[in-house]
Design a protein around this ligand. Sequence first.
Ligand code: NAP
Length: 254
Amino acid sequence: MKRFEGKAVVVTGAASGIGAACVRRLWDEGACVALADQDQGGVDKLVTLLGGDARLYGGNLDVSDAGQVEEFVATAQKKFGSLHGLINCAGIKGVGNVLDCESENWKKVMSVNLDGTFLMCQAFARAVQHDKTSRAIVNISSGAGIMGVPNRLPYVASKFAVSGITRTMGAELGPYGIRVNAIAPGMIRTPFTAYMFDDPEKARRIRAAHAIGREGQPEEIAAVAAFLLTDDASFMTGAIVSVDGGQTACIPSV
Ligand code: NAP
């Protein structure tokens, strides 16, 4: 018996990187997966790659749009009958510091990374609140949701907020049997970070910042996200799980 047979999971940011790895992992383990991303072409490509079977439903979605979010979750629920899980991976970069960050930039980053996560969690929780089966949410926060990062002020703010709402929603949804946890990844090799590895010196510094001496792969985040959705994690809620090769484990020695 595969772990996710008969279970449906919504994944945002599903067209790329960590989201796409989560889709593959869940699909491999028997899940029905609703893939949501603003990159419709990328979603279609992944659905085709996985054989385009009835266990997959792909849709175009801007997670910062409350109406679209509500409609996507309702459609996925109708298509699969019930929903077991949600993984929120959609996210964007947020560059800027306290002196130069423009308000538009700040709002854009918050609208996708924070509002998008909140809206998805709210739509999912409202849709499944009365179900009797086990249900769980995994939000993708960041090491930048645990430690400050100079010149990434809006991104850091959005990810600290994702960690904060994860803890609070864990408390709020516990009585409904819905667990809510977050993963704080270290540097993961995806299209989001690819440019950082173009410079060999920068790549060396990135690897040196991780205790195990390398960046992570999206599959290493997907494996933990899948675990958090299963009943093996039945006593975990409101947790922020670092999956970062030791990046935030200690202060680097000088
Ligand atoms: P990625 O490869 O860029 O994937 C993110 C996906 O989200 C892309 O397909 C992107 O579409 C989509 N997206 C962006 N805005 C959206 C919106 N408004 N509505 C729906 N979809 C949207 O990035 P990733 O590295 O997999 O990152 C996934 C998550 O992990 C993000 O939240 C990121 O902050 C977090 N994270 C990543 C790392 C890392 O090192 N990679 C580390 C810590 C945390 P477009 O390509 O069209 O923008």
